[in-house]
Design a protein around this ligand. Structure first.
Ligand code: KIV
Length: 301
């Protein structure tokens, strides 16, 4: 091996600037340090999220809904997910980059899942892939192929038709037992972390206590090892009432709407652009062309 670049090499592994890796997430669990995670789908948001010190960034297939305006996550393709993962990759320095495997990209066979996961690593720079459901053989195969896996159980949006809608899962004793069994089997098969979505707090707490790998909750209560939210939920860009588990930390919609409306008004009133925001001919060329001096009226006030 020859080290050409080594992200985070300059920072010791316990420094807040050290590159986050999948083993580092396990270490955070052992040390009792909460893991922060957010989705991102493009370069600029990825930069903001990374620079804010978020540990794990997921290019979630939720982008089908919040970016592409689709009704659910099912239609998004591997190529579309790769396109967004590449954009996010360019914005990251520290956070662990996880790419969501979209519906249909791993449901046919383990071989198909492996082939598609390799594309996320090779073509988009993902450091781990996330897969929904209890797919033990696939997790084992990916782990053997050196691809770290984030598993995802509970309310798995790719199962929306089977679940009959987006509903809280694991509400009966049998369902809780099944979830625990699946979680243990996924960890045993090599998953490096487990997203628990839309499950009762008590269930997430029990699984978190039982597993050696970190749990990352969304709608799963405060006892998980980490938390993840959809970026657009966090900053109010979803055009819909927030789910019970969402906390809005900002109102980007209000900020952006005000800026856009202000711009439109300025254009309509010829208040934008000003003379200072314009390019000018050099004086000699202006004289030779007999071009008028910029009028004071057009100068910025
Ligand atoms: O697609 C996504 O954003 C997700 C998170 C909600 C975990 O799967």
């Amino acid at each position: 091996m020859s080290l050409t670049t080594f992200p985070g090499a300059a920072a010791p592994s316990d420094s807040p600037f050290a590159k986050v890796t999948m083993p580092a997430l396990g270490e955070m669990k052992r040390q009792g340090k909460p893991i922060s995670a957010l989705t991102a789908y493009d370069y600029s948001t990825a930069r903001l999220v990374d620079e804010a010190g978020i540990d794990m960034i997921l290019v979630g297939d939720s982008l089908a809904m919040v970016v592409m305006g689709l009704e659910n996550t099912l239609a998004i393709t591997v190529d579309e997910m790769l396109h967004h993962t590449r954009a996010v990759r360019r914005g990251l320095r520290r956070a662990l980059l996880v790419a969501d495997m979209p519906f249909g990209s791993y449901h046919g066979s383990v071989a198909e899942g492996l082939t598609n996961a390799v594309r996320f690593v090779k073509e988009a720079g993902a450091e781990a892939v996330k897969i929904e459901g209890s797919r033990i053989e696939l997790v084992r195969a990916l782990t053997e192929a050196e691809i770290p896996v984030v598993a995802h159980l509970g309310l798995t949006p790719q199962s929306v038709h089977r679940m009959g809608g987006y509903k809280v899962q694991a509400r009966t004793v049998e369902a809780v037992e099944q979830l625990k069994t699946d979680a243990c089997a996924l960890a045993e098969a090599g998953a490096g972390a487990l997203v628990l979505e839309g499950v009762p707090r008590e269930v997430a707490a029990a699984i978190t206590a039982e597993l050696a790998i970190p749990t990352i909750g969304i709608g799963a209560g405060p006892d998980c090892d980490g938390q993840i939210l959809v970026f657009h939920d966090l900053v109010n860009l979803t055009f819909a009432p927030a789910a019970k588990f969402v906390r809005r930390y900002g109102d980007a919609a209000a900020l952006m709407r005000a800026a856009i409306e202000h711009y439109r008004e300025d254009v309509e009133h010829r208040a934008f652009p000003s003379d200072e925001e314009s390019y000018h001919l050099p004086q000699a060329a202006r004289k030779a062309l007999d071009a008028p001096e910029p009028t004071a009226k057009l100068r910025k006030v």
